[in-house]
Write a protein that binds this ligand. Structure first.
Ligand code: HEC
Length: 657
């Protein structure tokens, strides 16, 4: 009873407020009603013009009195409902660049203008015209590239994803402060992600596919520049970066533009261009790119509430520069939060009505500081039922993780700056391990779908080696070897994984297979030698290393390995100090005295030749190069021996067992 009464009372209150507004309004109207030229034109130019201009993303222009008048009622409706200007995130997230919501007073101004009969007003009040669609919003670019041939988008059908590749005519290394994307047909281009490929792999796919660009997946070799987002959504242009944050662009790099287009009902020609803005000085700071997200997504058909969560606790202080939530059609709601060490929860981004078509990079107006110990978290909700009008499958189908828009994804990307270089190293190293561990899940999903794809097996195996799961790497290289029907590199790869897994006899067998197919395979000889050495087969190992040097006289690792054996072999008969010094000096020269392992080998060689002063110096030089690595403690122990006038002698692995 009581509750109902309270509710009623507030309804009455609201009515009273409304009445006051209405009567206040009719009073001001008599004084001066808003006019188009004075009140509405500047507002529309500022908040709507970047899309509602000729050639903009919106279906019609709004920059003349006639256009604004024609759409007046609609304008009042969509501004009141806050459907326009489009902004998907909660208004209190951010503030982000490009987020210019209309204030309540501005929305009311529009309503009063419409209710007052869309009065035009004095033409002298009109603001100077701004032509959004012409010219570059960041100023004249230093380099403009355009897709050489326009792409023709079909009239009908579903969304089209096309990857365009534009080679850059850059002959020396440049540093990029900004990039402005112009879609070349804003009506149909919905969003674009721009990456750089330093290899010719994307270009090759483009050449193999008829027409401009290619259809398919973005290659791993096409990536964002280290630590930077390059995304585009209608009406938005990322501001120029501060000079110290530019990114490096090397000659022979291609721009790879992943373009999401929607057919308009008639054939459309799409020819994007990109303006690049350079800085003359290299960056002094590199941001890190963090990614929360899961690649184990597997949503049953019809599931209404499928939830994906992930979190990560920051090992260092950071400043968040920008965020990009990513998901495909079935996501309904996305939420990213930061929980500070004291337990306070700070919302980063919340989109209550996720729409795949509004991919956007949310760049903070002022970077958000988060202290070490802050936990970043994400919670994405998916609806794979028929009730989700954006569901691409009717009837709904099981949806698994995957790059295609018919698959699902769930990631929160964050661009962060650390306070200094050591913090950046700590963060990226730790984060790389997290991401790699998640990426292997993605590979397993892809391999389930394409079990005979050799490249997938090879990439997955390499990633398993990186995350310290060599047995899984062995399994994938075995599969790859079987699919290839035996090739020297396939045996070699398998041998490498087996040796990391500690299966040394099998590793020896695979390396020998590789060498049988290709006797001049220097890396196979080298790795075989290393495995034989760790099995205590010193003489056999030395034979392999000699073969490496015969095949590749400049091979630093071949020379270093042989020098090491000759300096440190446990059996005196296998040692040759003079030759060891000679080889080790060559390696140190070859590596410009910048390789700690080479200097360590040289130190051991000097010590075995009884030249302990020189041995100590070389060990010190090695330690200066890597103060904190695990190898450093081994070098220090060896240096202690040299101080005592003793050489380092390898332990016989047989006696260790
Ligand atoms: C970022 C680009 C962008 C901005 C900024 C923008 N619009 Fe739009 N507008 C669009 C697009 C795209 C559509 C088509 C909507 C769709 O298809 O979902 C649209 C549609 C509309 C419509 C038609 C809605 C309907 O129901 O069909 C109106 C009216 C409108 N905009 C008014 C405005 C006004 C007023 C502003 C400024 C206050 C504004 N827009 C700012 C992109 C924009």
């Amino acid at each position: 009873m009581k509750v109902a009464a309270v509710a009623l009372a507030s309804v009455t209150l609201a009515t009273v407020v409304l009445a006051t507004v209405a009567s206040g309004f009719s009073r001001t109207e008599q004084v001066s009603s808003p006019t188009y030229t004075k009140d509405i034109a500047p507002l529309i130019a500022d908040r709507c013009g970047m899309c509602h201009d000729a050639g903009g993303a919106a279906p019609f222009g709004l920059l003349t009195y006639a256009d604004a008048k024609r759409h007046a009622t609609q304008i009042a409706t969509v501004t009141r409902s806050r459907f326009m200007p489009p902004w998907k995130a909660d208004p209190d997230n951010g503030p982000f660049v490009g987020q210019h919501p209309l204030s309540d007073a501005e929305i009311d101004l529009i309503r009063r203008w419409v209710d007052g009969g869309t009065v035009e007003g004095d033409p002298r009040d009109l603001p100077a015209p701004r032509h959004w669609a012409e010219g570059w919003r960041l100023g004249q670019p230093d380099l403009i590239v355009t897709l050489p041939e326009a792409y023709t988008l079909q009239a009908e059908g579903t969304d089209v994803f096309r990857i365009f590749v534009i080679p850059l005519p850059v002959t020396k290394t440049r540093f990029v402060r900004g990039l402005e994307f112009r879609p070349g047909n804003a009506k149909v281009v919905h969003h674009a992600n721009i990456r750089v490929d330093k290899t010719a792999a994307s270009r090759a796919l483009d050449a193999a596919d008829p027409g401009p660009g290619y259809s398919g997946l973005i290659l791993r070799s096409a990536d964002y520049p280290e630590g930077h987002f390059l995304g585009w959504t209608p009406g938005q242009v990322a501001p120029l970066l501060p000079k110290d944050l530019s990114w490096r662009l090397d000659p022979k790099t291609d721009l790879v533009i992943e373009t999401h287009m929607q057919p308009s009902g008639k054939k459309e020609s799409v020819q994007p261009s990109i303006g690049l803005y350079f800085s003359d000085t290299p960056p002094t700071r590199t941001p890190a790119m963090l990614r929360l997200g899961r690649q184990t997504i597997d949503i049953p058909a019809g599931e209404k509430q499928y939830i994906v969560t992930d979190s990560y606790t920051l090992p260092v202080d950071v400043e968040v520069e920008a965020l990009q939530p990513h998901a495909h059609y079935r996501a309904r709601e996305v939420q990213g939060d930061a929980t500070l060490p004291d337990g306070t929860k700070k919302p980063l981004i919340h989109i209550a009505d996720w729409d795949f078509r509004w991919q956007h990079v949310f760049q903070y107006e002022t970077p958000l500081r988060l202290p070490k110990g802050t936990t970043l978290s994400m919670r994405w909700v998916y609806d794979n039922s028929a009730a989700n009008t954006r569901n691409p499958e009717r009837p709904p189908k099981r949806a698994q993780w995957g790059q295609r828009s018919s698959d699902e994804m769930g990631d929160l990307w964050m661009q962060v700056l650390t306070r200094n270089e050591p913090d950046l190293v700590t963060l990226t190293r730790q984060f790389r391990a997290k991401v790699a561990a998640e990426d292997v899940n993605g590979y397993e999903v892809e391999i389930e779908k394409h079990p005979n794809d050799i490249g997938l097996h090879d990439d997955a195996a390499l990633l398993y080696l990186e995350v310290g799961r060599p047995e899984n790497a062995v399994a994938h290289f075995q599969k790859s070897l079987a699919l290839k029907g035996g090739s020297a590199p396939a045996h070699y790869n398998l041998g490498t994984a087996l040796s990391v897994a500690g299966r040394l006899d099998e590793a020896v067998y695979e390396y020998r297979q590789a060498i049988q197919i290709d006797a001049s395979y220097a890396n196979a000889h080298n790795n075989l030698g290393s495995v034989l050495l760790s099995q205590g087969k010193t003489a056999e190992a030395a034979r392999e290393f000699r073969e490496v040097i015969r095949l590749q006289p400049q091979s630093a690792s071949g020379l270093a390995n042989l020098a090491w054996v000759l300096a440190t072999a446990s059996r005196p008969a296998d040692r040759d100090a003079t030759q060891a010094v000679d080889l080790a000096e060559r390696v140190v020269d070859l590596t410009g005295r910048r390789d700690a392992r080479a200097l360590d080998v040289l130190a051991a060689a000097y010590a075995s030749a009884g030249r302990f002063d020189r041995a100590q110096d070389a060990a010190s030089a090695a330690l200066r190069l890597l103060p904190a690595e695990p190898l450093a403690s081994e070098i220090r122990q060896r240096q202690d021996l040299y101080r005592q006038g003793r050489p380092y002698v390898a332990q016989d692995p047989q006696s260790r067992r």
